[in-house]
Each structure stands twice: as structure tokens, then as C-alpha cells.
Design a protein around this ligand. Structure first.
Ligand SMILES: Cc1ncc(C[n+]2csc(CCOP(=O)(O)OP(=O)(O)O)c2C)c(N)n1
Ligand SMILES: [Mg+2]
Length: 369
């Protein structure tokens, strides 16, 4: 389900529950149904989960509700599944996957009409298989949530943000590994907001998005997750949040590099090029600009800083979090990516005469098979 289903969460939930259907939400639609719903398989695609990928590759029916999801390798294979697509825009119907039944209508109206028909299918076996798969995935993700390292592992940091998030929190997520960690470790709830730059993937969107979010929702808390590269593109506007006394919480994922590009280059079989960034003391910067700035390097200190940030009501708080450079591996490594990593490994060896630092082999295997 995509952005077009955003306002129909309740109706769609009842349809999925009644008919034993597992679901995947696109990133812009994240939170339409709470991520911790038992039928949820998370997101699909590079940032998604392996169970979502496997469900797509085993499905005999794909129902696309208000979604123009563009990454075809992550949908069922050509000819594998029948497809019902509901979209307001005629030009979206059949655009990505060959459609068996195209319905040009509002998602709510269609799902509401289907719900009136009662139970349409009572077979639970596909849902149960997906849920079992998801249990395994969640156990593995739990290991990552509990990582306790110095510098901080981003997975555990984002897991703490998730755990302590107010029910009506507004998230503004930037582009980079921030997007990967948010997609995977935030269980966005129906009353929370989740703003990202989905189609364009525009770095630097986190800070202005947070300012807009805080102005539109003055009574709610706003938290922005931003990479150091992205923040340094727009950081002067932190002062705008100070000027207007906006108590936004900025969490800077400080790895002194363009980490997302590091892995993108590797998975494309290229040697890394121009990905390192200077080490900026963003904490001092925030203080100089009139806000609160806290630099942290461990889980404990991060937790303290975040708790303090939620106590602050009249100015922005920036948490400059030094993190480990963990690979935001895709939920499922597709063959091209595996070939890319292999080519990168070989070229690195030939150029530098040493084995490159790659994500743990255990992680790669788990995501490949
Ligand atoms: C305006 C813009 N420039 C370049 C890119 C390509 N790009 C995507 S992610 C990324 C790196 C992000 O680095 P950082 O903000 O430090 O986050 P990290 O991945 O290191 O966590 C880049 C350069 C983009 N999406 N948008
Ligand atoms: Mg970075």
C-alpha cells in the first residue's frame, strides 16, 4: 500500500485482517497501519525486509492500493501473480506491474465496499508462513537493537528513539543511512507522522522538514534524524529553529562520511571514491547558534541526551552522535549487488593488497539466501 492509502488505514486494516492478507507499506506510507501490526512485513526494496521480498516472490495475487512503487525487481516476477490495482490516477494503472483488474477510484471507497461483502478468503497458510518468516527476521533485528558499542551502533540508537517516541511524534528523516535505519528500526504508529523525501531522495530535507513539522504541529514533538553530510548542507537554518523557539530534536548520525554512498559504490562494484567528510563538532555549533548541543559516543550518553532533549521546551536540541559505520545492507541482497560486492572486493585487493572491510560475512549470508 502506498501514499494513496494514507487516509484509509482503518478500513484497510480491517480488510487485511478479515481476509488473512499480509501487507507491505511503501516508505512514504509508513505508519498508515502501525508497523507492529501482526500482518506487517515492513517495507520492501533496498531498505526493506527479507520476508517482504520473499512474500512478493511467492505471491499469486498482488493488490496495489494507492501505490506507484517503482522498483520492479522487488515486485512479483513478470507473469507470476494476478494484480488488482486501485488508484485515483488512470496513468498509474498498469504502469509498474501488468494489471488483471484496474480500478480507478479512491482506496477508501473500494476497500469499504469490499469490507461490506464480509470474509472473502479464510485460508491462513500464506499469512502464517509470512508471519513465521517475520518472527525470524524480528529476532535478528532484536540482536541489532541490543548492540552496545562505542561509538554507538546506529541500529540501537534508532531503536531507543523508537522505544521512547511519543505516540504523536513527528519524524523528519533525511536521506542517507538515516533513511535505512528509520525504515527498519522505527515502528511508526498511526498517529505519528513520518516525513521523508521519497521520490527525489533530496539530502538536506531533514532540517527544513522538521521546521515545517514543528510550525504545523506546535503542540507535538518533532524529531529529525540526519546524517552529518546532509546536515552540513543546510545547517545554517538551525538558527531559524532557535529564532522561532522551536523545540525540535535533531539527532545527527555522525560517521564523518557519506556512508550510504560508500555501500552504494561497493555494491556497484566500484572502489570507494570521495566519501570522507571532515569531523565537525556539531554540538558546539548548536550552542554557538543559541540552541542546546550535546555530543555523545555511547548508548548510555545518547539515552541521557535524548531524555534531556524531551524535557526542553523552548529551543532546539542537537545531539551529535558518533556512530559506528555499520552497513545498511538491503533486506535481500539481489544477485547484481552480490556481484558488485565481489567485484569491489577483488579490485580492492588488487589495488591495496589487503582485504577490504566489508559487512560481517554472517550478515551477508543471511541476506543473500
Ligand atoms: C542533494 C543530494 N545530493 C546527493 C545525493 C546522493 N546521496 C544519497 S545519500 C548520500 C550520502 C549521505 O551522507 P550523510 O548525510 O553523511 O549520511 P550517511 O549515509 O553517512 O549516514 C548522498 C551523497 C542526494 N540524495 N541528494
Ligand atoms: Mg555520514
Amino acid at each position: 500500500m502506498g501514499w494513496g492509502a494514507k487516509e484509509s488505514g482503518e478500513e484497510v486494516t480491517s480488510f487485511l485482517e478479515k481476509n488473512n492478507i499480509p501487507f507491505v507499506q511503501t516508505l512514504p506510507a509508513k505508519g498508515t497501519i502501525s508497523d507492529d501490526h501482526p500482518n506487517s512485513l515492513g517495507n520492501v526494496g533496498k531498505l526493506g525486509t527479507k520476508p517482504a521480498y520473499e512474500a512478493m516472490k511467492n505471491a499469486d495475487l498482488l493488490i496495489l492500493l494507492g501505490s506507484n512503487y517503482p522498483y520492479l525487481p522487488y515486485l512479483p516476477n513478470k507473469g507470476q501473480a494476478k494484480c488488482i490495482q486501485v488508484d485515483l490516477k488512470a496513468e498509474n494503472l498498469g504502469k509498474r506491474y501488468s494489471v488483471t483488474t484496474a480500478i480507478q477510484a479512491d482506496v477508501y471507497d473500494v476497500v469499504h465496499a469490499l469490507n461490506k461483502k464480509g470474509v472473502l478468503r479464510d485460508n491462513k497458510s500464506f499469512l502464517q508462513a509470512c508471519q513465521k518468516n517475520m518472527d525470524n527476521w524480528n529476532k535478528w533485528m532484536q540482536e541489532k537493537r541490543e548492540l552496545d558499542t562505542t561509538p554507538i551502533s546506529p541500529e540501537s540508537m534508532v531503536a531507543y528513539i523508537d522505544q521512547t517516541a511519543p505516540d504523536d511524534l513527528v519524524y523528519s528523516i533525511d536521506v542517507g543511512t538515516s533513511t535505512s535505519w528509520a525504515a527498519r528500526f522505527l515502528h511508526v504508529k498511526r498517529n505519528q507522522k513520518f516525513a521523508i523525501s521519497a521520490w527525489l531522495g533530496t539530502m538536506g530535507c531533514g532540517l527544513p522538514g522538521a521546521i515545517a513539522g514543528q510550525i504545523v504541529f506546535p503542540k507535538r514533538r518533532v524529531l529529525s534524524l540526519i546524517g552529518d553530510g546532509a546536515f552540513s548542507m543546510v545547517m545554517q537554518d538551525f538558527v531559524t529553529a532557535v529564532k522561532y523557539k522551536l523545540p525540535i530534536i535533531f539527532v545527527i548520525i555522525n560517521n564523518q562520511k557519506l556512508a550510504f554512498i560508500e555501500y552504494e559504490q561497493q555494491s556497484a562494484g566500484q572502489l570507494n571514491y570521495e566519501i570522507n567528510l571532515a569531523d565537525i563538532d556539531f554540538g558546539k555549533f548548536a550552542q554557538a547558534a543559541g540552541g542546546i548541543g550535546i555530543t555523545v559516543k555511547s548508548n548510555d550518553k545518547f539515552k541521557e541526551a535524548l531524555d534531556q532533549a524531551y524535557q526542553t521546551k523552548d529551543k532546539p536540541v542537537l545531539i551529535n552522535a558518533y556512530v559506528e559505520d555499520n552497513a545498511p545492507l538491503p533486506g535481500k541482497i539481489v544477485l547484481d549487488e552480490a556481484k558488485g560486492f565481489a567485484k569491489f572486493g577483488q579490485e580492492y585487493l588488487e589495488n591495496y593488497w589487503k582485504i577490504p572491510e566489508l559487512p560481517p560475512f554472517k550478515d551477508i549470508l543471511r541476506q543473500f539466501f
